[in-house]
Design a protein around this ligand. Structure first.
Ligand SMILES: [Zn+2]
Length: 405
């Protein structure tokens, strides 16, 4: 078996091949730290953590970059609401909480963890290249990307630009200044008193998607292997990232595999701040072990939507105990069971099918507990659970990522 991953670009699974043999360049969109992080964030970061660990176990050296959006409309709005409290304070406070949650969930820290405000020079340089290459235009201090000038626009979403233009689009800002409905801001003028940086087009701040292009090319180069994020980012954010990167660098494709995780719903309704139905990972970890929550998250394939309800974690209690007891049983440190290893690999190689992988491990755990395990099966069970990031199975801890706060 070889690893096959699904890419939203093209909409199918294909054999994974990295640009550079043995190395994987991976970028995952981070959060805007203006508020608390919820179960949906935990779902995304635990899934991509499992992928990173699996790639490492499969022999790749993985460079994993995750950004932090510390300047945007939401950050400015929250700062104003808090009486002009500095954005950096709000950022540091919420970021510390997020990192603590992810550390507890045993998510490996990124190799690099860049902040948007640390990459203003790269944002400006990228914007200049886009203008020079014919896809950007300036209108009175604002710089736009002209979607019609980029032939592949809409490819990631797999629809025509006409259809894209009918979708709800958070890039509708400055409509009256744009040449086309899908054009989006690369650089924007600010309201008086808002944070701004000097630029060739006057003081302002980055548009939204440009920061990810500036940071991914800075830390990973012009082309990357895997780009992750929630499926709500496919349009317009990731469509824009492709257009920006390929226009700025002249290299295509910008990314080999676009991997998008599903959303977490609460009792059937999408979890969102505006609906006030957020469930927080840290609240769940008051009552349940972090590994128990990880089991819940990985019992969904990453592309699925997870329908959370209060009974979800209690319903997994017996299963969790079985896996944990079997993985820590006497003899779990010795030998290897090639059959179990191959079964685990086959499921993970199929676009990271963690529900099937866990099912394979459930049956192995039952055999271990019944005293009917094959030679080395307990040890291999423990190893596979470690690959999925379970701390009880001896998985590497978060500090084993390269980034240290
Ligand atoms: Zn992004």
């Amino acid at each position: 078996m070889t690893l096959r991953l699904y890419s939203s670009l093209g909409g199918k699974k294909s054999e994974f091949r990295s640009l550079e043999p043995g190395k994987v360049r991976m970028y995952v969109c981070g959060v805007t730290p203006y508020d608390v992080t919820h179960l949906g964030h935990a779902f995304s970061y635990v899934q991509f953590d499992a992928l990173r660990r699996y790639l490492t176990w499969s022999g790749y050296e993985v460079k994993y970059v995750q950004n932090l959006t510390d300047i945007d409309d939401d950050m400015i709005m929250v700062s104003k609401r808090q009486g002009g409290r500095p954005i950096s304070q709000i950022r540091d406070e919420n970021d510390a909480i997020l990192r603590r949650d992810l550390d507890r969930l045993n998510v490996l820290r990124p190799s690099a963890y860049p902040f948007a405000t640390q990459h203003i020079a790269e944002v400006i340089a990228t914007t200049e290249k886009i203008i020079a290459n014919g896809c950007g235009y300036v209108v009175d201090g604002d710089v736009f990307f002209e979607a019609a000038k980029f032939a592949g626009y809409g490819r990631l979403n797999g629809v025509t630009v006409e259809e894209l233009a009918t979708r709800e689009n958070p890039e509708s800002k400055r409509e009256y200044k744009k040449r086309g409905p899908l054009d989006f801001l690369l650089w924007q003028q600010v309201d008086p008193g808002d944070p701004s940086w000097p630029s060739p087009w006057g003081p302002g701040r980055p548009g939204w998607s440009i920061e990810c292009t500036a940071m991914s090319t800075t830390h990973l180069g012009k082309q990357i292997d895997i780009h992750g994020g929630g499926l709500d980012l496919i349009f317009p954010h990731h469509e824009n990232e492709i257009a920006q990167a390929e226009c700025a660098t002249g290299q295509a494709p910008f990314c080999g595999w676009w991997m998008h995780n599903g959303m977490v719903r609460l009792d059937g309704v999408k979890m969102s701040k505006s609906l006030g139905n957020l469930v927080l990972a840290r609240d769940l970890m008051e009552d349940f072990e972090a590994d128990h929550l990880r089991l819940y998250l990985l019992s969904h394939q990453y592309r699925e939507s997870a329908d959370y309800s209060a009974s979800a974690l209690p319903a997994l209690a017996d299963r969790y105990q079985r896996l944990k007891t079997a993985a820590t049983a006497e003899g779990a440190a010795e030998g290897e069971d090639l059959v179990l290893r191959a079964q685990f690999q086959a499921t993970m190689d199929d676009d990271m099918d963690t529900p099937s992988a866990l099912y394979v491990l459930d049956r192995a755990a039952q055999r271990v507990l019944d005293g009917k395990a094959r030679g080395g099966e307990a040890a291999t069970l423990r190893q596979c659970l470690g690959v999925l990031g379970f701390g009880f199975a001896g998985a590497r801890g978060p500090e084993n990522g390269d980034f240290n706060p």
